[in-house]
Design a protein around this ligand. Structure first.
Ligand SMILES: Nc1ncnc2c1ncn2[C@@H]1O[C@H](COP(=O)(O)OP(=O)(O)OP(=O)(O)O)[C@@H](O)[C@H]1O
Ligand SMILES: [Mg+2]
Length: 237
């Protein structure tokens, strides 16, 4: 399965979500490929820090690469249980192509007014167009998108207001969902990143780790995202 994080807005948490999925799924024994398409190389830098951490601690290493374009990803993905792609905040050719080769797009939405306005643009200009393109091009392989609210600071009426606006925005879109699992603004996400870890490795009993586990459960139930090694990889070469 290929999952890509794409939001046309800087800083909502694309790299944070994708690196946490990578770490948690790798810890479950899965073969994870982490592809960074963002010239800032945030995910790749995390991958290099993780490599060092994996040499010193008992945590699984994760294959991470930086690519200028996504063309070869489907071929590379065949050797992994899951491929996770991080993209830049730009609505450019690279991001659009990455969305088009994915099975699932995670749209990170930071809790905030301007972020919601940019979400509308991402949905209209990138996600809906890609879903239509896929329906035409590969009707047997529908593209799905899940919006993940991140950096939520309180259970306030404003959180409900933003969720309601999201629901209204995607009311007619069968293949776009606002996910139930959201992530709060927590220092664990920052601390884990700085050590090349996921929050589950960094502070397994803390709330951030619970949030990522909930997100993974939801992705598994809703989109059949694999959460354990795939037996098809047991083939003999
Ligand atoms: N849930 C969270 N709690 C606290 N800090 C967070 C959370 N999610 C992300 N951050 C912080 O917010 C900043 C932006 O996050 P991140 O780099 O993951 O976003 P991004 O969408 O990948 O950004 P860019 O568009 O620049 O690639 C980082 O400093 C990160 O540590
Ligand atoms: Mg990023």
């Amino acid at each position: 399965m290929i999952i890509c994080a794409a939001t046309e807005k800087g800083g909502p948490g694309k790299s944070t979500l994708i690196t946490n999925l990578a770490a948690t799924l790798a810890a479950r024994g899965m073969r994870v490929l982490l592809v960074d398409l963002d010239p800032q190389r945030t995910a790749r830098t995390w991958g290099l820090m993780r490599q060092q951490a994996a040499e010193q601690e008992n945590i699984p290493a994760i294959e991470s690469i930086y690519l200028e374009g996504p063309q070869i990803i489907p071929k590379l993905a065949m050797d992994y249980d899951i491929t996770l792609i991080d993209t830049s905040a730009r609505d450019d050719e690279t991001t659009r192509e990455a969305v088009l080769i994915s099975d699932l797009v995670l749209v990170a939405l930071a809790f905030g007014g301007p972020d919601f306005i940019h979400l509308e643009h991402t949905i209209k200009q990138i996600i809906r167009k890609a879903i239509r393109h896929r329906q035409f091009d590969q009707p047997e392989r529908p593209l799905h998108a899940g919006i993940v609210m991140n950096k939520v600071r309180s259970r306030s009426t404003m959180v409900r207001e933003i969720r309601k606006r999201c629901e209204d925005l995607i009311a007619e879109d069968d293949q776009i969902a606002l996910l139930k699992s959201d992530c709060a603004q927590r220092d664990d996400y920052i601390g884990a990143f700085l050590q090349g870890l996921g929050v589950e490795e960094y502070a397994p009993r803390d709330k951030a780790a619970g949030e990522i586990r909930m997100l993974i459960n939801e992705l598994s139930k809703r989109y059949q995202m694999p959460t354990s090694p795939q037996t098809s990889h047991l083939r003999i070469h």
